[in-house]
Design a protein around this ligand. Structure first.
Ligand SMILES: [Zn+2]
Length: 194
């Protein structure tokens, strides 16, 4: 099964965001439901990535990957919640379509998700935001750079399937590949570990 996103579902998801997000004048927060949020630009994550890289070198990838994994898992739980608009998708195809629509509506990229023999392949032809900034700056990275998104999607998929996936960015536009590709393999079931 291969799932991709169409314009209509991405726009519907974006509308849901607009409907959910409000300014709380009392606290001065922007809130998505009850959660304080901020809307920001891809450049911010790129700048953070480059600063971490200056401090810890190649380990920057691992730092960014771990930092968004928990956030992804929170969103994964939401996707299973029937009271949340996008939690309606009950079957796997709808669930993957919602993940694709969310990625595009959130400005993270137009992705496809394909599940084959227990492995989940997630691809972004336009490249995830960090690699896009490399391209804009006409720079080439030594290794893959989209650890934020690898961790994010690994968190989502692990929460949705109640297991532990381990992801790898096998191709990355930041280092000159044609697209960014993630592969996720299950290595531990939550149930089996107990
Ligand atoms: Zn990449």
């Amino acid at each position: 099964m291969k799932v991709k996103v169409d314009k209509k579902s991405a726009e519907k998801m974006l509308q849901e965001y607009k409907d959910f997000i409000r300014i709380d004048h009392e606290t001065g927060n922007l809130r998505w439901g009850s959660i304080p949020v901020f809307l920001t630009r891809a450049r911010l994550l790129y700048d953070i990535y480059r600063e971490i890289e200056k401090l810890v070198g190649e380990a920057a990838y691992s730092v960014t990957y771990h930092s968004l994994r928990t956030y992804g898992a929170e969103f994964g739980k939401l996707l299973r919640d029937p009271t949340y608009p996008s939690g309606r998708g009950k079957n796997r195809k709808e669930l993957f379509e919602n993940i694709c629509a969310d990625s595009l509506a959130g400005g993270w990229g137009k992705i496809t998700i394909e599940e084959k023999k227990g492995e989940i392949f997630l691809e972004c032809e336009t490249g995830f935001p960090i690699s896009q900034c490399y391209i804009e700056d006409k720079e080439k990275s030594k290794g893959p750079v989209d650890g934020f998104y690898l961790g994010y999607f690994e968190g989502i998929l692990s929460a949705v399937d109640a297991c532990e996936y381990q992801g790898e960015e096998t191709h990355c536009k930041g280092k000159g590949d044609g697209k960014c590709c993630f592969v996720f393999r299950m290595y531990k079931s939550h149930h089996a570990s107990k």
